[in-house]
Design a protein around this ligand. Structure first.
Ligand code: ADP
Length: 266
């Protein structure tokens, strides 16, 4: 608790010590505010779909004998959509919690990028259901060292955002190549909505969204880029964002040279 830390502050260790402790308290209060905001956000995000589901179930319970079957079907469909939304949110929350707390266990897997990126390309095309033209430009390196599961999740999140925020008929290009400095770079370029510059530094905050309605409507949980940031930082990789409002965006993951596995490691 913040109060506990404050009471240590009066221990007479001299001025320097008390300065350090008071900084600790500020940091602690900031974390406490973040934690409170997070709990409020999660509760709100769960409450909205839950209210819809219980509303539909109550209506069905009261009126099942009078409602025409097509209305029953429609209510069940809408309730099930909201249940899916809750499920995605809980899955993303669990994934984020694991990324924040679990030890970096299998960070020495050799991840075969050709196979992983082809899977991601197919998954992206399935999410788009033909609404976008999605291409992959693969130029090596062949392998990364790290957790396949986490790299997969980070890269797929970038692709699913490109699908979500690019209107039908747009293009999405995935590119894997050697980066400046000998590392590797995975970039997703879309011809979508783009993002105003003032939002960019905040995009990886949990539940930060430029357009709440659009994110929810298209199945976003508001946690995708927070997951990407954590998964990448566990691989000493960084997320780079460039965007032109109205024209499109590039989200790229830049891996350092020490994450590249020699072909003989495979
Ligand atoms: P969400 O589930 O809302 O997509 P994310 O954390 O993945 O949550 O992204 C945060 C916000 O960043 C999104 O709500 C959206 O406003 C913006 N964003 C992410 N990717 C893109 C993109 N490719 N084009 C435009 N906006 C994007």
């Amino acid at each position: 608790q913040a109060g506990t830390v404050l009471s240590i502050q009066i221990v007479p260790f001299g001025e320097d010590q008390s300065m350090v402790l008071s900084r600790d308290v500020t940091q602690f209060e900031k974390l406490e505010t973040m934690r409170r905001d997070f709990v409020a956000n999660v509760s709100h995000e769960l409450k909205t779909p839950l209210t819809v589901v219980s509303g539909f179930l109550e209506t069905l319970d009261d009126l099942i004998d009078e409602l025409p079957p097509e209305d029953v079907r429609r209510y069940l469909h809408l309730a099930s959509e909201q249940a899916d939304r809750m499920q995605h949110l809980v899955e993303d929350l669990l994934q984020l919690a694991a990324l924040e707390t679990s030890a970096a266990a299998s960070y020495d897997e050799t991840v075969q990028m050709a196979s992983l990126l082809n899977t991601i390309l197919e998954e992206g095309r399935a999410l788009s259901s033909g609404r976008h033209e999605i291409t992959l430009d693969f130029d090596g390196p062949a392998n990364l060292r790290g957790s396949r599961k986490e790299i997969h999740s980070a890269m797929l999140n970038l692709v699913s955002n490109a699908v979500r925020y690019t209107p039908a008929g747009g293009r999405i290009d995935l590119r894997w190549n050697v980066a400046a400095g000998g590392g590797a770079r995975f970039a997703v370029t879309d011809t979508g909505l783009g993002i105003e510059p003032q939002h960019i530094p905040r995009l990886t905050e949990r539940f930060y969204r430029v357009d709440r309605g659009r994110s929810r409507e298209s199945g976003g949980t508001g946690l995708g880029l927070a997951i990407v940031k954590h998964a990448l930082s566990r691989h000493q990789a960084t997320l780079q964002i460039e965007s032109r409002p109205g024209h499109g965006s590039t989200f790229a993951a830049a891996f350092p040279a020490e994450r590249i596995a020699r072909p003989t490691d495979a």
